[in-house]
Design a protein around this ligand. Structure first.
Ligand SMILES: [Zn+2]
Length: 303
């Protein structure tokens, strides 16, 4: 049996106290794992640590982005990167040790016969160290998602996930718009919509080892809005005309990345989404060329 090509992905922003130890813990599990880290212009030395690590470890690829472009945008970029570089399985996780790398083999074993596996705090055997309002907001958001979106698993919001990469040929990553933390909920809902076979494994979610939480309080309201929006879309599912990144063959004119999503389809300028791609509210001109956006340098361009 041929061996799976496995990519482990981490998004970083100011993780100088965690990232090096986490990287070594991951590659200790298996020498076959490749690691991708996307850094959103950290200012605490993380960038320099990553440069040193990638210079001495060929299994590590680092992508530096020019500014904070959002954790959801980083995860979309990683998914497209895994697809275009022909990986079989993608694991995503936080940079702060709230997810234990030791759980990765168990998730990958389960993934052998499935499309998607998530580390779950809320299934039997799972545990979360969250306290206070964060504990209740997270618990209620996950219960609501299960009830309103018809998702069978108990956890939709953690980033500790394993994907069968060929699934991204069906999952339209151009149409998932959330760039912040609500991406995680939207992504699970879209997986459900393409009939992905999913499962969960129990995890003990630990509070971050070093540093402060990066989740702004406004993200709670954004996630609630997203939940209401997704609930509505169960009944009024908008058919997107945007091309799946799997079909987009162009590379970024500026940084040469292949992590490209479509933001305006050639003939869709007669809707508001199309108008936004041109930063124009005018719907006068009905015919405009396709616009794509690079998830690495944020350049939007006509291919
Ligand atoms: Zn670019």
């Amino acid at each position: 049996m041929s061996k799976n090509k496995i990519l482990v992905f981490i998004a970083t922003y100011n993780e100088n106290l965690n990232i090096s130890d986490l990287f070594f813990d991951i590659i200790k599990i298996s020498p076959d794992y490749n690691v991708l880290i996307i850094d959103d212009n950290s200012t605490d030395g993380t960038k320099e640590i990553l440069e040193k690590l990638s210079a001495t470890h060929t299994c590590l690829t680092v992508i530096h982005r020019p500014r904070k472009m959002g954790v959801g945008s980083a995860h979309r970029a990683a998914m497209i990167y895994a697809l275009k570089n022909e990986y079989d399985q993608l694991v995503t996780m936080d940079a702060d040790f709230s997810h234990s790398p030791g759980t990765i083999p168990q998730m990958l074993e389960k993934l052998e016969t499935l499309d998607f596996v998530i580390g779950s705090r809320y299934m039997k055997g799972g545990k979360s160290d969250y306290e206070g309002y964060r504990k209740w907001v997270s618990l209620i958001a996950n219960k609501l998602a299960r009830l309103t979106l018809g998702i069978k698993i108990h956890e939709c919001t953690t980033s500790f996930r394993a994907f069968r990469v060929s699934l991204f040929n069906n999952l339209n990553l151009s149409a998932i718009k959330s760039n912040g933390y609500s991406f995680f909920l939207e992504c699970v809902y879209e997986l459900k919509c393409v009939d992905a076979v999913m499962a969960e494994v129990p995890i003990h979610f630990k509070d971050r080892f070093h540093g402060n939480s990066k989740i702004p309080k406004t993200e709670i309201f954004r996630s609630m809005y997203k939940l209401a929006y997704l609930f509505r879309s169960r009944f009024y599912k908008k058919q997107t005309q945007l091309s799946n990144p799997a079909e987009i063959k162009t590379s970024c004119y500026f940084c040469k990345s292949q992590c490209i999503v479509e933001i305006n389809h050639e003939d869709t300028f007669n809707d508001i989404a199309g108008a936004q791609a041109y930063k124009s509210k005018s719907l006068e001109h009905k015919s405009k060329p396709q616009v794509v956006n690079c998830l690495v340098c944020d350049l939007s361009f006509c291919p």
